[in-house]
Design a protein. Structure first.
Length: 244
């Protein structure tokens, strides 16, 4: 069953077409990698799904509902959450309060009390290994801790689909391995669907079930990781002979 359907979506910024007539589907429970060169339109596509931008053309359907023109908070309450390549916490709020915002603004929780919200937030922090940092201001967390906080905030909204944008960026190898294990744990325990932008090809090829390749705003290939790694068009546009 298709959870997310993107139909002929186009987004322009002035004379630049960042996303050009893109169509794709993501099924419930899939882990889909989204790759391509810098400037290919990957994050723009995520912004369109999340409601940050509205497309000039096309339609986005989530769980049978047209979300094309919804505001980000409305998309979130439908069950779509995200992380950011550059973490965007509330810097002067504690880790616990940051995640609490996600809980209280998440998927249709109008009657949840602040106490229950903070309890849920504590569980999310414990899940990602940050419970001991719950009273630390976000601005005082390390990059790795901020990445974990992003995942905790995404989980706190009770999503069905999580958009992950380069969780590995800026992490060392050891931190990266912990981040990957954490994402695998999220998938295993919460059964969420994932759309995942990543430039570390080893991760994408091993951790995802299907890969979509964007180039100059267009999808140039889509398939199993092994198929993508051997696609001549993808090798020429992005991977290069050595990586392939």
């Amino acid at each position: 069953m298709s959870l997310l359907t993107i139909e002929n979506v186009t987004k322009r910024f002035g004379g630049l077409t960042a996303v050009d007539n893109v169509s794709m589907e993501i099924k419930e429970g899939e882990i889909v990698g989204l790759i391509g060169p810098n400037g290919a339109g990957k994050t723009t596509l995520m912004n369109l799904i999340a409601g940050t931008f509205n497309p000039e053309e096309g339609k986005i359907v989530f769980d049978g509902h047209d979300i094309t023109k919804l505001e980000p908070f409305q998309v979130c309450r439908r069950g779509v959450s995200r992380t950011y390549q550059i973490p965007r916490p509330f810097p002067d709020m504690t880790a616990l309060m940051n995640v609490g915002v996600g809980v209280l603004c998440g998927k249709k929780r109008p009657n949840m009390s602040l106490v229950d919200g903070m309890l849920d937030a504590s569980h999310c922090l414990e899940f990602v290994g940050l419970f001991g940092k719950r009273n630390i201001l976000a601005r005082d967390l390390s990059l790795f801790e901020l990445r974990a906080l992003e995942l905790a905030r995404a989980l706190a909204t009770t999503p069905r689909l999580i958009l992950i944008d380069e969780v590995m960026a800026g992490l060392n190898q050891a931190e990266g391995r912990v981040a990957i294990r954490l994402i695998e744990k999220i998938i295993e325990e919460f059964h969420v669907t994932i759309l995942w932008i990543e430039h570390v090809m080893k991760i994408i090829m091993e951790a995802t079930q299907r890969v979509v390749v964007l180039h100059y705003g267009e999808i140039i290939s889509s398939g199993l990781p092994g198929e993508i790694a051997n696609d001549p068009q993808v090798i020429e546009a992005y991977l290069g002979e050595k990586i392939a």
